[in-house]
Design a protein around this ligand. Structure first.
Ligand code: ZN
Length: 249
């Protein structure tokens, strides 16, 4: 039963990837790809970059809650896992910080209280982000007291020059493929965000949209839009890897 469930999940994701490939043409396609607009597959012998994808929150930490009562953690995981599948379909290596609704704290933090578990969880996510030569993205959803605000926004650490480049590539793809009216600029952060501030690799926190906005929350809670968001992120990631020479090594 468990295996059947797993297979159904994989099959659904594969269908999603194939649909995404089709969507590449419909959307006008990724740059640097073939005539269908699909990202170029890795050439023989070339090793594509490692992308570490963090699905924000998990387990007892649900993150923000949408206007419909849906916790952020599940939306983050769906987008992150689909992004991983799509990148792999194009030859990238990927690692997810979590693949289920869990916190990834050490066993030693068991029973040590929520704060100790959260610290351990973040340390473990950071260790993955600092894997040699990785490109990193942390997937989150935004929220605000005023429900009027909407649209994705990318955050990077002020001193991470490649993080800024990655943020711009992701922003550009989300705007061109999904949110043509989005005027939000990428935002440099100081030391507010632990993962960004301590990551030695290019890293971005992708706030995919506002779950405090009723229309955007309704879309972010549905798989079709989650897949579209994952596809836009994949194209942005691919643009970054191409622009920075990571696809030629
Ligand atoms: Zn979050």
């Amino acid at each position: 039963m468990k295996n059947m469930f797993k297979f159904a999940n994989i099959a659904r994701r594969l269908v999603a990837v194939v649909m995404a490939a089709g969507a590449a043409a419909a959307f006008g396609g990724c740059a640097h790809g073939d005539s269908l607009g699909v990202p170029a597959a890795a050439s023989v012998g070339a090793v594509k970059p490692l992308v570490v994808i963090d699905a924000g929150h998990g387990g007892s930490d649900g993150g923000g809650v949408s206007v419909n009562g849906v916790p952020e953690k599940g939306i983050n995981l769906n987008i992150a896992a689909t992004l991983s599948d799509m990148l792999r379909a194009f030859g990238y290596r990927t690692v997810l910080t979590r693949t289920a609704d869990v916190s990834i704290y050490d066993k030693s933090a068991e029973g040590a209280g929520l704060r100790a578990q959260k610290l351990s969880d973040m340390k473990n996510r950071l260790a993955l982000f600092n894997t040699k030569d990785a490109v990193c993205i942390s997937v989150h959803q935004n929220r605000y007291t005023d429900p009027v605000y909407h649209g994705a926004q990318m955050f990077f650490h002020r001193e991470n020059a490649e993080g800024a480049q990655l943020a711009e590539c992701l922003r550009a793809r989300i705007c061109s493929l999904l949110q043509p009216d989005n005027q939000r600029e990428t935002k440099p952060m100081d030391d507010e965000l632990y993962l960004l501030c301590n990551c030695k690799n290019p890293a971005v926190m992708a706030e995919c949209g506002f779950i405090s906005n009723p229309e955007e929350a309704a879309m972010l809670e549905q798989e079709p839009y989650q897949r579209q968001m994952a596809f836009a992120l994949m194209c942005g990631m691919n643009d970054f890897c191409y622009n920075t020479g990571r696809l030629n090594t």
